[in-house]
Design a protein around this ligand. Structure first.
Ligand SMILES: Cc1cc2nc3c(=O)[nH]c(=O)nc-3n(C[C@H](O)[C@H](O)[C@H](O)COP(=O)(O)O)c2cc1C
Length: 202
């Protein structure tokens, strides 16, 4: 594979590379106010809408959790924990509750396996959602907004499914968290695999 020096890249490619390399997953507890404003959030969702989508079936959607619903989310997290572990300690219950109040902007990513004509398999639908999410994270990066993904055992618990009105054809995949980065973990440069580690030639 030929390797082009980064100095020789067109500006647009340089900028894209810069955003991609600068993005880091930020834990929700490190994401504080202000979150994205309405205009910025619109840009983030517009970025999502540009994801590739085989047969254009729109197999995913996002559900924003506003501040006035965080208490409901906290209760659903606690219910999920108690259902999973009836012996959960008060400390674990408090942690499950507190999780709902962290990032100023919290969004659930939902995938659908509703049959389509023509058929599009679930793995292709998930790729589309993953592309949408990456577009959102990169758009946030360009706006100097921090982002982080969270998931976990509660994701498709009955209490969470009920709160988000997920249909039988839907599953929550993860939460996206956006906000201002208050602090970063001490820099621990993440070793990125070189393309030779994941590319071969037939
Ligand atoms: C579907 C998905 C779910 C994730 N869930 C979590 C999570 O629950 N907790 C967490 O700390 N990070 C989670 N992450 C973020 C990864 O841990 C993170 O992307 C990885 O450590 C690489 O770091 P980077 O994004 O800064 O390159 C998730 C990422 C994806 C794609």
């Amino acid at each position: 594979m030929t390797h082009m020096s980064e100095d020789m890249l067109p500006d647009a490619s340089k900028n894209l590379l810069l955003q991609m390399t600068a993005r880091r997953n930020v834990a929700p507890k490190r994401l504080v106010e202000p979150g994205p404003n309405e205009e910025q959030l619109n840009l983030i969702f517009r970025a999502a809408s540009n994801a590739p989508d085989h047969e254009c079936i729109q197999p995913w959607r996002f559900i924003v959790v506003p501040h006035n619903k965080r208490a409901n989310l906290a209760n659903a997290f606690v219910q999920a924990l108690k259902h999973r572990d009836p012996n959960a300690s008060q400390e674990q219950i408090d942690a499950a509750h507190e999780k709902a109040f962290r990032a100023p902007c919290l969004i659930m990513a939902v995938i659908s396996d509703l049959p389509s004509e023509p058929h599009v398999p679930l793995n292709e639908r998930l790729i589309s959602l993953g592309c949408a999410i990456q577009n959102m994270l990169l758009m946030a990066e360009t706006l100097a907004i921090g982002s982080g993904i969270t998931s976990g055992k509660a994701m498709n618990s009955q209490s969470i499914r009920d709160l988000f009105y997920l249909t039988d054809h839907e599953e929550g995949v993860c939460f996206l968290n956006f906000g201002t980065v208050s602090s970063r973990k001490p820099a621990r440069p993440r070793a990125r695999a070189s393309p030779s580690a994941f590319v071969s030639h037939l």
